[in-house]
Ligand binder design. Structure first.
Ligand code: NDP
Length: 318
């Protein structure tokens, strides 16, 4: 006789987001689920799994029966920043086709809007100005993607499909790249990779090795006038290096979706610089049903002694 599984108890933890937006998705996926959110989490010993997005530091460490820590999103930097995170537990992130489709749409828009002068046309249209700007084929504009993971690879395929020559950079060598994507890996090939990026897209995870990757030294290795797109994390960019690179002409433009301090303060110079396009960390979102499904599937896997999906390698930090 098989015993009925106990009802899972899941805590939804965030200091910056009202996590109750996930309630319906969890209840649909698992009717009768014991969900805890907000400031009153009840008895912490009840909690089996914690779904986190900038959770209060130290809180997961106070849950004695916790079996799984699940990031709400693709990145786990917000969790690894907690020195008390229970590192012996499986830490998982969400990998989701819907999230990749959203990132494709954003990155494709960001590449095209700059390459085809769309901001100029928006201004022209508002001023009833008929004015042609230079038209160059995608074939003549090389796009480089730093980070060829779940999201970077999806963007590489999408951009190659509409004619951009695409190159990607990863930590390890890739043997399964599509024929129209050129791969580079490791520090030794970084300079060669950067030298062929008319647009550089940052889709790296934030780790000790990648923090500050977008700095003056990196910009200096790009072709003059390159476009920078940062859809990784704010701390990939050394903010103090950006405006000087734009002023010198080494960079031509920047499209930024992630910032060290979010929301970006209204007084920040990026808002007022016409060469910088700011979006409020909206490149993509995780589908709430996928969060619920992956969390519950991962909890079952851990309870049954199987490896959960999308488990983070703590030694690599992503
Ligand atoms: P993955 O973990 O699937 O991929 C990470 C990629 O970066 C891999 O190709 C990896 O190399 C490469 N990489 C990691 N460290 C290095 C390094 N030191 N040098 C060179 N390459 C490195 O991540 P995802 O694609 O799922 O997500 C990427 C990031 O996108 C997330 O961590 C998050 O920060 C950001 N993001 C932003 C969103 C937004 O709305 N702005 C939304 C979602 C995610 P290798 O393949 O060899 O392991």
């Amino acid at each position: 006789m098989t015993r009925a599984k106990p009802t899972p108890c899941i805590a939804l933890l965030s200091e910056v987001l009202d996590m109750r937006y996930l309630t319906a998705a969890f209840q649909e996926t698992c009717p009768g689920i014991d969900l805890r959110a907000g400031t009153d989490l009840g008895a912490l010993e009840d909690i089996d799994a914690a779904v986190c997005w900038f959770a209060p530091p130290g809180l997961t460490a106070k849950m004695p029966n916790l079996q799984l820590v699940q990031s709400l999103a693709a990145g786990v930097d917000h969790l690894l920043a907690d020195p008390e995170l229970p590192r012996a537990l499986p830490l998982c992130r969400v990998v989701d086709d819907t999230m990749a489709a959203g990132m494709n749409a954003y990155v494709t828009w960001a590449v095209v809007q700059q390459h085809r002068h769309m901001r100029g046309y928006v201004a022209d249209s508002a001023a009833a100005r008929w004015q042609e700007r230079p038209i160059t084929s995608p074939r003549g504009h090389r796009v480089g993607i730093a980070g060829l993971g779940a999201l970077g690879m999806a963007c590489a395929r999408a951009l190659a499909a509409i004619g951009y020559p695409v190159r990607g950079w990863s930590r390890s060598v890739k043997t399964d790249l599509p024929a129209d994507v050129t791969g580079f890996h490791g520090e030794a090939q970084l300079g060669e990779f950067l030298s062929g990026c008319d647009t550089l897209v940052c889709l790296l995870p934030l780790t000790d090795a990648t923090r500050g990757f977008l700095d003056a030294e990196t910009f200096a290795q790009l072709p003059r006038g390159a476009h920078l797109i940062n859809v990784g994390r704010g701390d990939h960019l050394v903010e103090a290096d950006l405006l000087p690179a734009l002023d010198s002409g080494q960079l031509g433009a920047a499209t930024l979706d992630a910032f060290s301090h979010e929301p970006l303060p209204a007084t920040h110079p990026f808002w007022r610089d016409p060469r910088v396009l700011v979006t409020p960390h909206v490149a993509t979102r995780t589908d709430r049903r996928v969060i619920a499904q992956q969390t519950l599937a991962n909890l079952s896997a851990v309870q049954e002694g199987r490896r959960p999906m999308n488990q983070v390698d703590l030694t690599r930090g992503y």
